[in-house]
Design a protein around this ligand. Sequence first.
Ligand SMILES: Nc1nc2c(ncn2[C@@H]2O[C@H](COP(=O)(O)OP(=O)(O)OP(=O)(O)O)[C@@H](O)[C@H]2O)c(=O)[nH]1
Ligand SMILES: [Mg+2]
Length: 700
Amino acid sequence: MKTYEGVNVRNVAVVGHGHAGKTSLVSAMLYTSGATQRQGRVDDGSATTDYDEEEVARKMSIATSLAHVEWGNTKINFLDTPGFNMFVHEAKMVLPVVDAAVVVVDGVAGVEVVTQRVWNYCEEYQTPRVVVASRMDRERADAERVLTSLQSAFGRNVIPLELPIGSEKNLRGVVDLVRMKAYTYELGGNGKGTEGPIPEAMQEVAQAAHEKLVEMIAEGDDALMEEFFDKGTIPEEDLIPALHNAIREDKIFPVLFSSGLGNIGADRLMDFIVDFTPNATEHEAIRGEAASGGEAPQRKESDSEPASVYVFKTVSDPFAGRISYFKVFSGVVKNDATLQNFSKNSAEKFAHISVMQGKTAVPVNELHAGDIGAVAKLKDTLTGDTLGDKNAPIQYPHVKLAEPAITFAIEPKSRADEDKLGPGIHKLMEEDGMLRFYRDPQTNEFLIACAGQQHIEVVVAKMKKRYHTEVNLKAPKVPYRETIRGRADVQGRHKKQTGGHGQYGDCKIKMEPLARGGEFEFVNDIFGGAIPKNYIPAIEKGIKDAAARGYLAGYPVVDFKVVLYDGSYHDVDSNDMSFQMAGRIAFRKAMESAKPTLLEPVMAVEITVPDEFAGSIMGDLNSRRGRIQGMDNKGGNTIVKAEVPMAEMLTYGVDLTAMTQGRGSFNMDMNHYDIVPAQLQEKIVEKYKASRGEVTDDVA
Ligand SMILES: Nc1nc2c(ncn2[C@@H]2O[C@H](COP(=O)(O)OP(=O)(O)OP(=O)(O)O)[C@@H](O)[C@H]2O)c(=O)[nH]1
Ligand SMILES: [Mg+2]
C-alpha cells in the first residue's frame, strides 16, 4: 500500500441515526473506488464495515469500523459508526481523530433523535459536517422535506450543494450546484456518474439554488460579497476555496443526496470530501492535557514534530488478541518503532503496523502525521492512551462518556462459567467504553452496567460465542440506604462475667441526623476519663460496623452523627472487643428511637423523543414517581429532564423502546438519595424480613 502524507489524507466519521444508510454508503464508496470487487450489503452480511458476528446477525452496526479508499491522490479513512442510540457513544469516541463528519440522514425520515445527538457531539468537537441524505431511492423519499427538517433542526446554514434528479425508484443522479453540472447514474450500477448538462426542466430551480448557495458562501467575506453584488456570481476558482473555508469553520453545512444501496452519488461524495473537507494537517495545533500545574503541551499535525499517537479504539479479537486503533497526531510512525505509553509509563513495540479495511489488516511501512492505523499485541495500551517519542511526553484528552444507563446482576450458569466470567468481561470492557463490571459490596452480586437492553444482549451473546461462558441476568438490587430523622440519647452496655476473664464496656451516646451526603460523623465528648482514650476507637468501630449492616432492611445507615459523652469501664474486664460490643448495642438502641427511614437513589434522567410522544412520556414518568425538571424542543424532538427513583428505572431502556417504537433515547446519572415513601418502605422492609427472618440483635 502506498504511503500518504497528511495533506493527502482525509479522516471522516460517518455518523447518524440508526438505519439511515451509513454502512451501505461506505460500501458504495469502497466499491466505486475499486477498494472492493463487489458492493457489500448489510442485508446479506457482506458489508466491509459490518463484519462482526453480532453485526451480521442483527444487520446493524454495533461498533465503529474502519475502511479506506484511494481516490485520486488522496486516501480517505472512513470511520463507520453505529447509529442505534445504545451504541452511539462509539461515534463520539472517534470525533477527536477525524477532520470531518458525514452526517447521514434517511431521505424519508430526515432528522431523527440520534441525528440530533451526533450533531451535538460534532458541535462539542467543532467537527466540520457534510450532510448526506441517503436512501433517496426509497418510496416517499423527499429532498425538500429533508431539507426543511434539517434547517429547522440545525439552522439556515444547512444548504444544498446538490439537487437530486428524479425521485424514488426513478432517482437518476444529482445536479452539482457549485459547478452547475449534472451527473447521472444507473441505479445499482458501477457508481461512476456521467457528467452532462443540467436537465432542461431543472435549470430554473438549479440556478436559484446556485445563487442562494453563492450568497451564503460570500456572507461574512467582504471581498467576495462585493464581487457577488458586482457580477451577480463568483467564479468557480474563488468559490471553491471560499466554500472549503466556510465548511472548515462550521459556517456552512452542505447537503448532498445519494442512494448507498443503488450506488448513486457515492463518487460525488468522495470528490466532495477531497475538495472541501479539511485535510489531516489543516488543524490548529492539538492540545494535550496539562501536567499538574504546568502549561498544556501542544503539537502540530506535522511529520517534523516528535511522534505522538492517540489510541481511540481497541478491538479484542479472540484469535489475533488485542488490536489498537490509533491516530498519528504528530511525527511519523514506522514499523518496529518503540513508543512510550505516557498514560501507563511503559514502552510498547509497534511491530507490524497496518491500516484496516473492515476486519482485514493491510500492512504498511509507515504512517504519517494525520493518518490512522492499527497495531496488534500492545501489552498495556488501552483506549484513551497516548504514546509517543519518549523525550516529548504529551497526553491527549480522553473522551467523556455518559455513565451506563442500566445495571443488571449477572450470574454464571455453572461453576465452569464462573471462572471465565471475569476474564471474559474484562476483555469485552477493553473494547467497549460503556461497559462496567463490579461486585456490589452491599449485596455481593456481580453487577454489569451498560447502555441498555440491546447492549446487554450483545454482551451476553459475545460472552457465549467468544468466551464460551453462559450467564443469567437478573434485575439488580437497588442500593437503598438507611438513615434517621430523629434524635436519640441512649446507653449501650456490654457485660459478661461468666467464669475466667469477664467482658465489660459501657458508653452513652447521642445520635442526630446529618444533611444528605453527610455520611457519618463521630465526636468524642468524654471529659475526665470516664472511658480511657484507647477504647474510644473501638466504640466508633462498633457503631460503624453496626451501621454498615443496617437496621431496617440490611442497607447501610448513613447521614448521622454520634456524640459519645459518657460511659464507664472496668480495670480488668474492659478490652477493645467489649467496647466494640457496647458501641453496637448503643447504635441499635439509638436506632429504635431515632425514627429510622429508608433512602433510595434518585436518577437525573434526560429523555429525547419525537414531539408526538412527549405527552405519553410525561404521563409515564408520573407513574414512575418522576419529577419533571424541565422541557425543551429541538428540531421536532422534545427533551424532558426529570428526576426519577432508580427503582422505577431498572428497565427503562426496554420500556422506552416499546413506547416510542425505538425512536426515543435517554441518558441517566445517579443524582441524589431521597426518603422512600412510607408505603413503599413497609414493603421493602417486609420483603427483607421475609428473606432473612427478623432482624436480631446479634449480640448475645
Ligand atoms: N432503498 C434503499 N435502502 C437502503 C439504502 N441504503 C441502505 N439501505 C437499507 O437500509 C438498511 C440500513 O442500512 P445500513 O447501511 O445498515 O444503515 P446504517 O446507517 O449503517 O445503520 P446502523 O449502522 O445500524 O446505524 C439496510 O437494510 C439497507 O439495505 C439506499 O440507498 N436505498
Ligand atoms: Mg451501519
